[in-house]
Design a protein around this ligand. Structure first.
Ligand SMILES: *Cc1c(COP(=O)(O)O)cnc(C)c1O
Length: 405
């Protein structure tokens, strides 16, 4: 139920009650819709030329050599783990402050998901805590999450991974369009300059959307070939790999893969969206600056999670830490909702989820910094189609609410 809108015109949201603000939503223009309709009038609905075109555009946008577009960010995580060789009994470490998929993907492969605590300044995986966790049990893969759009400390995490013989899968679902500095040079999230693989998601709340969709990025030709095979049932037609050649129809299944294909319909939308990425990121950054200015006088009540030195965040989320404990955060959340401002909480620490407690024996107290972060975090509405007035309305409501809570 996407609204058609032209760049930077006022919102038109038929699904929400008048004036309600979600924490995030897509932005679709006439050119997005025309691109999809063109595919519907053509020959290829899936696995046509637009999949490859979208992959090439994604790789170029992130500064990576290869991209494999798939049906969701979760499928991308699953394939990245399989390509990295995660199998039964293999250990994988991620941050507790993430969407459950970043940890589930290890379990999909029969592996054992584990965690290391966050750096409270960034809410990203802390390289020192990661190093300790690796020393206790050697992981096959490490999955740093570029939380809220700020790249994790990827160079330090890669150094830890190398020391322990693990591969790095960067979960860049929040960070398309972000970058970070290392030794005087800037690198893009998803470039795989300090990771073996990286994944993106194109869910409607993310930077660009294909409805559902995701991608894996890599600079390795071997991982690229494996990912392409795994996306389509593990089937290959590559003459160099076939054990026989029965005729022009002949193909072989070499791995147990999946149908994680994305359609040409979705890739047409993705290509049209990608052309707007820079504008989307600039708009998000402008809105964050407006929030920062509007809330600057309330630093004793709330702290915004902003980009740190050497980081350029693409701000998938703007998270406020509400001081005064988890009951106060809840009161603020509810009071904002009563004003039609739909904040969110990102995230409930994954190790506290009942499935993880039951199957992996995790407990409250295991990752105290992640738990302290969770107790106060509140994601404020942030998406490119928001008007400046919307930010002012949220900031006013927050000030009033904090004064009463
Ligand atoms: C959205 C998201 C995913 C999963 O993406 P889907 O496309 O919804 O499957 C994975 N990791 C993080 C951190 C995300 O935010």
């Amino acid at each position: 139920m996407a609204a058609v809108k032209q760049p930077l015109e006022p919102r038109d949201k038929p699904c929400d009650p008048p004036g309600a603000l979600p924490y995030g939503r897509q932005w679709l223009d006439g050119d997005d819709i025309e691109a999809v309709v063109r595919v519907l009038r053509g020959d290829w609905l899936t696995q046509g030329p637009l999949v490859v075109a979208f992959e090439e555009a994604l790789a170029a946008a992130c500064g990576a050599r290869h991209a494999v577009a798939v049906s969701s960010g979760t499928a991308a995580l699953h394939l990245a783990c399989l390509a990295a060789g995660v199998g039964p009994g293999d250990f994988g470490i991620t941050s507790p402050i993430t969407f459950v998929a970043s940890a589930n993907c290890v379990a999909y492969c029969g592996g054992i998901p584990g965690f290391a605590d966050i750096d409270p300044r960034t809410a990203c995986l802390d390289p020192a805590a990661l190093d300790e966790a690796c020393a206790r049990r050697r992981p096959k893969v490490i999955l740093p999450v570029d939380f809220a759009g700020q790249p994790a400390d990827l160079p330090a995490i890669q150094a830890v991974a190398r020391r322990h013989g693990a591969l790095v899968i960067e979960d860049a679902a929040h960070a398309l369009g972000a970058s970070y500095e290392h030794q005087g040079r800037w690198f893009q999230a998803g470039s795989c300059a300090h990771a073996d693989l990286a994944i993106l998601s194109f869910h409607p709340v993310k930077h660009i959307t294909t409805g559902e969709g995701g991608a894996v990025l890599t600079n390795s030709p071997e991982l690229f070939a494996r990912l392409q095979r795994l996306r389509t049932h593990g089937i290959t037609r590559d003459a160099a790999l076939l054990t026989r050649q029965d005729g022009p129809w002949y193909h072989e299944q070499h791995d147990l893969g999946f149908n994680y294909r994305i359609t040409d319909i979705q890739c047409a939308l993705g290509l049209a969206q990608l052309r707007k990425l820079d504008r989307f990121v600039e708009r998000r950054r402008d809105l964050v600056e407006r929030y920062r200015a509007a809330l600057a006088d309330h630093a004793d009540e709330l702290e915004l999670l902003l980009e740190g030195p050497g980081k350029r965040s693409s701000y998938h989320l703007l998270v406020a830490q509400i001081r005064g404990g988890t009951d106060r955060r809840r009161r603020v959340f509810e009071a904002m909702a009563a004003r039609q401002i739909r904040c969110q909480v990102h995230y409930i620490p994954v190790h506290l989820q009942p499935w993880y407690r039951r199957h992996h024996g995790t407990r409250a107290g295991d990752f105290p910094r992640a738990e302290a972060y969770y107790a106060g975090c509140l994601s404020l509405p942030l998406f490119p189609a928001m008007a400046d007035d919307d930010v002012d309305r949220v900031a006013d409501a927050l000030r009033t609410t904090l004064a009463r809570s």
